[in-house]
Design a protein around this ligand. Structure first.
Ligand code: NI
Length: 253
């Protein structure tokens, strides 16, 4: 049984068949799904899904793409969602994305720090999206030694991954692991302790091979498990058991 530790089932890509797809997942070997929020609105929808399906859990937070919506009022709503819904298990996804600079870096950094502070206050793990912002990402991690969580869709170096692991963080791998040019991700996945690795689809994006270019969904996470088993020289069953356990520890489920 597998744990998809990062799936956006509230995304509009699933509007036509969400219920059908979600009902089919337990039959496809999925034990658990974490649905992080990307904005205030998406966080509310993630909580609704978690309250509808036993095996779905939620996180609340604003993605760097909407960092300008993060203010005291937004934090108060996230606080309330956490307080009123025991299935909210993390703050995320939050972080930094310097690939697109539609939102200025200072605003992204401010929103990231405010939400890390919230994770600290509520004693919850953080789900961090960090793209082309390795130095600033690590700087903020060092500012909040009390907060751990997961660097999802990990794109940093093996050295940075080791630093995160030493500080108690988990590293999340997507379908990128299955791509032909995945040398860097494979290097990281082969070098850090297996107890710190979690698997995710990041659906509807990041479909693994051989589904690239098509809509992704949690039912495709078995491909990441197959690839990780190959990289680590372990059986698929061992990978299923270990990564599911890791995900449960990460989110305290
Ligand atoms: Ni995501």
């Amino acid at each position: 049984m597998l744990f998809d530790t990062h799936a956006h089932m509230d995304d509009r890509a699933f509007d036509t068949d969400r219920e059908q797809l979600l009902s089919s997942l337990p039959g496809q070997g999925l034990a658990l799904v974490m649905n992080p929020g990307c904005s205030l609105e998406s966080s509310r929808n993630a909580v609704k899904l978690a309250n509808t399906y036993d095996y779905i859990y939620a996180a609340v937070g604003s993605h760097p793409d909407v960092a300008d919506e993060v203010n005291e009022e937004a934090l108060e709503e996230y606080r309330r969602l956490v307080r009123e819904n025991p299935k909210v298990k993390a703050i995320g996804e939050i972080g930094l994305d310097y690939h697109y600079e539609d939102i200025p870096r200072e605003i992204q950094l401010r929103a990231f720090r405010m939400q890390m502070e919230l994770a600290k206050e509520l004693n919850l793990p953080a789900i961090v999206h960090e793209r082309e912002a390795h130095d600033d990402g690590m700087k903020v991690v060092h500012e909040f030694p009390e907060v751990t969580g997961v660097f999802h869709c990990y794109s940093g170096s093996a050295e940075m991954a080791r630093q995160l692991v030493d500080r108690g963080w988990y590293i999340g791998f997507t379908g990128v692991l299955t791509f032909k040019n995945a040398r860097k991700a494979i290097e990281v996945a082969s070098s850090i302790p297996i107890e710190r690795i979690v698997l995710e689809t990041d659906c509807p994006y990041m479909s693994p091979d051989p589904f690239r270019g098509r809509r992704n969904d949690p039912g495709k996470i078995y491909r990441m498990a197959e690839k990780l088993a190959e990289i680590r020289g372990m059986s698929v069953e061992e990978i299923h058991a270990i990564t599911t356990e890791n995900g449960k520890k990460l989110y305290k489920i």
